[in-house]
Structure formats: structure tokens, C-alpha cells
Design a protein. Structure first.
Length: 71
């Protein structure tokens, strides 16, 4: 199952830092891009639908590091 999450950041510069960190992220295979402006990042990844979604949890933690909020 393909999962999509969006995070908004205070400034475009912070969103780009988050995006760049995801390009070299070792936790899971994700695709990330800017969405509707330069302060929002959309992330898509595959989730098998079984059990707890650790990828989502790790993404939330990473976004929190940059003061991002999930939309």
C-alpha cells in the first residue's frame, strides 16, 4: 500500500534541509518533493499494512527535529 504524508515548515530553507536529509535517509526508501509552495514537503513510500508503521514514526521524528508539522 502506498502511503503519502505531508509536512509544513516555517520557512522554505528549513523545508529544503528536511528534503535534503531525506535524499540520504537510511531508515526507509522514500520519495520526497516540495508540494504547493516551497514550505511543504510530500513524502510517499510503500507500507505493507501489517503492524505498526515505523517509517511514519521515524518521519514524524525527523520532521519534529526541523519543527515541521504534519498536514
Amino acid at each position: 500500500m502506498q502511503t503519502e504524508i505531508r509536512y509544513r515548515f516555517a520557512r522554505a530553507q528549513v523545508a529544503n534541509r528536511f528534503l535534503n536529509e531525506l535524499k540520504h535517509w537510511s531508515v526507509a526508501e522514500v520519495k520526497a518533493k516540495l508540494f504547493q509552495g516551497s514550505d511543504t514537503v510530500t513524502i510517499t513510500y510503500e507500507f505493507d499494512g501489517q503492524g505498526f508503521d515505523y517509517t511514519c514514526s521515524e518521519l514524524d521524528d525527523l520532521a519534529n527535529k526541523y519543527d515541521g508539522e504534519e498536514l
